[in-house]
Design a binder for this molecule. Structure first.
Ligand code: SF4
Length: 439
């Protein structure tokens, strides 16, 4: 394996949704496809760097290439009515304000803040809402640093799309003191998840401002620090050749040496993302700090529906020293219509993949819905007392007492999310519903 200093970083160029014509690689596509992309990109933002374009997309497989689908907006992401409205506007040479106004109307119909993120999860400190923190599960706090609210590349499916479309809808905080005060007051919290966007877009000095203090004895209750990121595959030079790459690795090592478990939560949707030497070197360097790397991704129509690919990906991740962690179910927001799959299909895909891997890769859990009441796993489809049912369980829940209690929903081959499901066996409600609604 090449040592980091032998990597020559590519120039770093980022393209965003208004710059479709500037991306040379797209010029090989038919004009109508580029127009469709412009129309859809007015609603769903995208951001992509040259490394992804040049190293990760197989252009001879476009439009079916999974990383192309992951990176660029597609016609099917909007329903016909919304698409036609926006396309008609584009044909009139509109102003930016006109596009923005229509885009906002369309976005508002797409459940921009799913799972009660804006109402139920924001905690209070001294009677004030603590913006930029979510505290849904007792032991875990999510922190959204203001400088980390974008990503090296916006994934087309990402449930954080609403964070990427303008300040008014963003949810973040840049106040390190507020984070520290909150954690100081909450000794029940053991895990801090630094999320975004992608915190690894921040300069190390900023990340240090949030995390270094957690080495102090007053934060001994914070045992685990997780950092969610796409950088390992979409900009591995963050750990290799960026000016503050060494300082980033040093910070992680300092936290590990101080007794913290540091877990890099790597967003990896397809095994094609693992193919570059730079990514493999970045993984090796991170592992040398003592951090663990856990991998997670949703199952997405048009991108990663092949169970054999999942099995291969989990095996390769394990071989590289990463821990397969979650297969998620595409969330009920944004361009869900393009990516969603029926729940029974998600379970079948998970099962087909899971049975191909050895015990060391069976660390992976799923398929799981990050829904309002908690993370609900589709454990199976079964027939009980003559009724075909989904077998479900909470992996994580707003009330810890709900966790690991199996519950049952009527089988429905069209169901794609928890709120499509009805209780089985003639029950009127799921066991957790009254309590959840009262929260
Ligand atoms: S990298 Fe992760 S957070 Fe960023 S857009 Fe992709 S899925 Fe979303």
């Amino acid at each position: 394996m090449q040592p980091a200093e032998t990597f020559v970083p590519p120039r770093f160029t980022v393209y965003q949704h208004r710059q479709i014509d500037k991306i040379e690689a797209l010029h090989q596509l038919p004009e109508h496809m580029r127009f469709e992309m412009k129309v859809v990109a007015s609603v769903f933002p995208f951001r992509v760097n040259n490394f992804v374009i040049e190293e990760l997309i197989d252009w001879d497989k476009v439009p079916n290439d999974p990383v192309f689908q992951l990176t660029f907006p597609q016609r099917g992401m909007l329903d016909d009515e919304s698409y036609e409205q926006m396309a008609a506007l584009h044909r009139t040479d509109p102003t930016a304000e006109q596009v923005m106004e229509l885009a906002q109307q369309i976005r508002n119909k797409l459940n921009p803040h799913p799972a009660g993120q804006m109402e139920k999860n924001v905690p209070e400190l001294d009677g004030e809402r603590v913006e930029g923190i979510q505290h849904k599960y007792k032991e875990t706090v999510l922190f959204f640093p203001a400088q980390g609210q974008y990503c090296h590349s916006y994934c087309t499916f990402c449930f954080r799309w609403a964070q990427f479309v303008g300040k008014a809808t963003r949810f973040n905080n840049n106040d390190a003191d507020l984070l520290h005060n909150y954690l100081r007051e909450h000794k029940e919290v053991t895990d801090l998840l630094v999320t975004g966007g992608d915190p690894m877009v921040m300069r190390t000095v900023k990340l240090r401002g949030y995390l270094e203090k957690l080495k102090d004895p007053e934060f001994d209750h914070i045992r685990t620090i997780r950092i969610g990121t796409k950088s390992l595959t979409f900009w591995p030079f963050r750990y290799l050749t960026d000016p503050d790459a060494q300082d980033l690795l040093a910070l992680i090592k300092e936290l590990v040496d101080a007794g913290k478990h540091v877990s890099i939560m790597a967003h990896i949707n397809h095994k094609q993302e693992l193919r570059t030497a730079a990514t493999r070197e970045a993984i090796a360097l991170l592992r040398k700090t003592g951090a663990q790397i856990r991998t997670q991704a949703p199952l997405l129509n048009n991108i990663n529906t092949d169970p054999n690919m999942w099995a291969e990906m989990w095996k390769e991740q394990t071989q590289l020293g990463m821990i397969p962690y979650y297969m998620f179910i595409e969330r009920d927001t944004g361009a869900k219509r393009y990516f969603e799959l029926p729940l029974y299909k998600t379970w079948e895909t998970f099962r087909e993949a899971y049975k191909q891997v050895s015990g060391v890769s069976r660390t992976v859990r799923g398929p799981s819905m990050s829904a309002g009441p908690g993370k609900v796993e589709v454990s199976g489809v079964s027939e009980i007392a003559g009724e075909k049912v989904f077998v479900l369980r909470f992996i994580q829940a707003r009330n810890p007492e709900w966790v690991q209690r199996p519950f049952f929903a009527k089988y429905d081959e069209n169901a794609t999310w928890l709120n499509d499901l009805k209780p089985a066996f003639g029950e009127e409600k799921f066991f957790w519903e009254d309590e959840y609604n009262a929260m």
